[in-house]
Design a protein around this ligand. Structure first.
Ligand code: FAD
Length: 468
């Protein structure tokens, strides 16, 4: 075991899943003393991508076999007591429109799930897909006592004796019983508490990093010695890890920093419906169904760099999303759970991804700066790897990362699906447009009302389900 003087001092910028998982695995390995710095004054940061009520935890549901295997391993870790029951194995239904690029993705993903020994069920018809839900959702259990209880307490439910489920016409799907969802914000809190209480690591809130502390090195390279906070304080370390999520390009757009053209911050629209405790119970056993089309990339431009606009941004406190996205979310909710589609949304939020061209994360050393590692660009699907991604990041630092992963997560030389001449990327996402956010096109509180856009909308072929 390394003595304190032999330990490598590590400064991690960002207390989202990349930062937290890296710190945890550094302490598991030994030989590191970690300080995590986060700009938010409360942690987990209320506007971080990792902070949420829930996130979908797929288990091997990836078209890429290497990432599928890493994902199955992550779920094995999620089941351990150290995550304090934040993971719930409800099953996940992966679905796509028949014949779409998303469907090809779902088929490859199904194969990988089966290859990992998971007893997934493949569905080809609407009725088969609906069979993944409990009978009471299919209208085959009209005397369900739970349904009756809901009818009694909910005016909107009293018109039908059982909650309804969408038809899933023209779709194919499979059910993975080993997937589920996690209480996202609580899981990050559990990780942060273990870092400080179990391992003696340092986590500092309210510490926004604005620059790197560098010295001249050999061969024109800079040597990174630490970071400078907005307060002017310098926090020194042997290794600096940038795990700043969607704020990474903004940090590297500051004076004296080099832009990072490899990554772009994109806003994703989320809307919430309030369930009663009885409904929460009723719906809690259902599989999760990732929404293929509810999300669309939006870029908030500033000097050509996309900068997150969140509830902590002055003027962004309402969390309002583009009206167009609100309509799509309403349409999708109506098509899967028609009863819930009649409910007002209680809140919306723009949640920020950091995307690479190919959807693979960025876990690599900066080519021109020594001691500076990037562990970021979750590309909308990294949360589920909270329990094990840090192990791979420590492998990168120690030079033991598997070559296949080294290659995927490299700093340079990425190609988008479109550039590579493919219909969709590794995750089944067809090429899609990024649209600048226009404040005047954001929804208002009035648009959250159910009667504004209640008519179900057809779900197109554009698939982003694999991003979750
Ligand atoms: C709407 C939505 C739904 C998603 N659903 C899923 C899902 O179902 N399943 C799944 O696996 N993944 C999902 N994801 C993706 C997943 O949430 C992200 O990939 C992951 O959480 C990214 O973690 P992170 O650590 O990179 O970033 P973040 O969680 O955003 O953390 C970055 C941290 O860095 C801090 N920071 C930034 N700049 C600075 C600075 N200059 N100085 C100090 N601190 C700084 C921030 O305050 C923040 O706390 C979803 C993402 C979104 C937006």
């Amino acid at each position: 075991m390394a003595s304190p003087s032999q330990e490598k001092k590590v400064v991690i910028v960002g207390a989202g899943i990349f930062g937290v998982s890296t710190a945890l695995w550094m302490y598991k390995r030994g030989g590191y003393a970690v300080t995590i710095l986060d700009k938010a004054t409360v942690l987990p940061a209320p506007d971080a991508a990792s902070t949420d009520i829930n996130k979908i935890i797929r288990s091997g549901d990836y078209a890429d076999p290497t990432i599928a295997a890493l994902n199955v391993d992550a779920v094995n870790e999620w089941r351990k007591p150290e995550w304090e029951g934040t993971y719930h194995e409800s099953g996940v239904v992966m679905t796509a429109e028949a014949g779409s690029a998303g469907n090809a993705y779902v088929e490859s993903s199904y194969k990988n799930v089966c290859d990992n020994g998971i007893p997934a069920k493949h569905f080809k018809t609407s009725n088969e897909i609906r069979s993944a839900w409990p009978a009471k959702f299919r209208g085959e259990d009209v005397v369900s006592t739970i349904s009756n209880a809901v009818s009694a307490v909910l005016p909107s439910a009293s018109s039908s004796s059982t909650p309804r489920l969408g038809e899933f016409h023209n779709r194919t799907a499979y059910l993975n019983p080993n997937s589920g969802w996690a209480e996202a914000g609580r899981a990050v809190s559990v990780g942060l508490r273990r870092i400080t209480h179990e391992y003696g690591g340092v986590v500092r809130a309210g510490c926004e990093v604005r620059a790197l502390v560098e010295e001249e090195g050999k061969d024109g390279k800079k040597v990174v010695k630490g970071v400078e906070l907005c307060s002017g304080e310098k926090v020194m370390g042997d290794i600096v890890i940038i795990a700043a999520g969607a704020w990474t390009p903004a940090l590297f757009a500051q004076d004296g920093m080099e832009h990072l053209p490899q990554v772009v911050a994109t806003g994703q629209s989320v809307a919430k419906v309030q369930l009663t405790p009885e409904e929460a119970e009723l719906y809690s056993g259902n599989p999760v169904e990732p929404n293929p089309n509810s999300q669309n990339d939006e870029v908030c431009g500033k000097n050509g760099i996309s900068v997150p606009r969140t509830i902590l941004t002055p003027g962004g406190e309402g969390g309002f999303i583009p009206l167009d996205m609100l309509k799509k979310l309403r349409g999708h909710l109506c098509s899967v759970y028609p009863d819930l589609g009649k409910r007002d949304f209680i809140a919306t939020r723009l949640c920020w991804y950091l995307d690479t061209p190919d959807g693979d994360w960025l876990i690599d050393w900066h080519p021109k700066k020594e001691n500076l590692l990037f562990a970021t660009a979750g590309c909308g699907h990294a949360f589920k790897f909270l329990p094990n991604i840090g192990r791979e990041i420590v492998n990168k630092i120690e030079g033991t990362l598997a070559p296949a992963l080294e290659n995927k997560w490299r700093f340079d030389g990425r190609h988008s699906a479109r550039d590579a001449g493919k219909d969709s990327d590794l995750r089944g996402n067809e090429s899609h447009e990024r649209v600048p956010i226009k404040v005047e096109e954001l929804a208002t509180a009035h648009d959250l009302k159910a009667d504004r856009f209640a008519a179900p909308q057809r779900i197109g072929t554009h698939s982003r389900e694999s991003k979750l």
